[in-house]
Design a protein. Structure first.
Length: 288
């Protein structure tokens, strides 16, 4: 397992079958999936509730029957907006689709997908073909009738065809791919630094110095990876930490603001209300 703060690795339940499908129901209102990335391709299929989901620079609301494709090595984050949020997680280890005999299909499509050189648009809505594929895959995986492995695998091939034809985002070069992976690994330590030093003064200059790159390049690349400017990302980390203190501590709001790196209580209150759509005081009242 790679030792990166935001890198996520989980073994497939079956060693020789590169697919894992399960229903997730534990993200109640306000709960989050922290920002992370992984090497396998993933799909979320929402069957109830609503949530906010961020993939790279894109942010959108998801609801019933929405499908979200998470590309390999793509930073993503989710926050539940309801207590009845339920969605299927479909994890696909793309090399599982390879054959021993290298052929045109593998060279032209599967290898670039596995290398993240082909990426798909994240949010899929009102696509009956993709929806049918996903439902068929889930049914076969859980019923486990004889030959279900073949059916699931063939349905993944079918799903990829529909995604290529209707939801392809872009094809990136080997050079672009290497740069993207290198940036993810380099910036992983930066995200880790922010997580550990959010109570302190943090500037783009300090972060760029830690990453051994220029401040201008740092700011541009940071936004490409996280979808946010460094200051916005740091404030978001601080706001989330403060929300936990509001729920669990007896500190007053000024003390919490200072403890989470905010010197100005009014500035903190404005940011909090903008992010959580409620004042710190009201948030505490609702969560006691």
């Amino acid at each position: 397992m790679k030792d990166y703060k935001t890198y996520y690795y989980k073994e497939m339940p079956y060693s020789f079958f590169g697919v894992d499908i399960f229903l997730k129901t534990d993200l109640k209102h306000g709960k989050e999936l922290k920002m992370h990335w992984h090497e396998h391709m993933q799909a979320y299929y929402f069957i109830s509730g609503t949530a906010i989901l961020e993939c790279g620079k894109k942010r959108f609301h998801v609801q019933l029957n929405d499908i979200v494709i998470i590309n390999s090595s793509e930073l993503h984050y989710m926050k539940s907006l309801s207590d009845n949020l339920k969605f299927y997680v479909i994890r696909i280890n793309l090399p599982f689709l390879f054959s021993n005999q290298v052929d045109l299909c593998q060279t032209k499509f599967l290898a670039p997908l596995s290398q993240n050189r082909i990426t798909f648009r994240n949010l899929i809505q009102n696509d009956a073909e993709v929806l049918n594929c996903v439902n068929k895959m889930i049914s076969e995986y859980h019923e486990k009738k004889i030959g279900f492995e073949l059916e699931v695998k063939s349905t993944i091939y079918e799903l990829i065809v529909f995604l290529l034809r209707g939801h392809m985002d872009k094809v990136i070069t080997n050079t672009e791919l290497s740069s993207k992976i290198s940036s993810l690994k380099r910036f992983d330590s930066i995200l880790n630094y922010i997580e550990g030093h959010y109570t302190e003064k943090i500037s783009s200059r300090i972060l760029a110095k830690n990453a051994h790159i220029s401040e201008c390049y740092f700011c541009r690349t940071f936004k490409q990876i996280t979808g946010k400017k460094p200051t916005a990302y740091i404030n978001e980390v601080r706001l989330k930490k403060s929300a936990k203190y509001l729920k669990t501590s007896e500190l007053n709001i000024s003390e919490i603001a200072l403890k989470c790196g905010f010197d100005d209580i009014n500035y903190y209150s404005r940011l909090f209300k903008k992010y959580f759509h409620v004042s710190p005081t009201k948030f505490r009242e609702k969560n006691i």
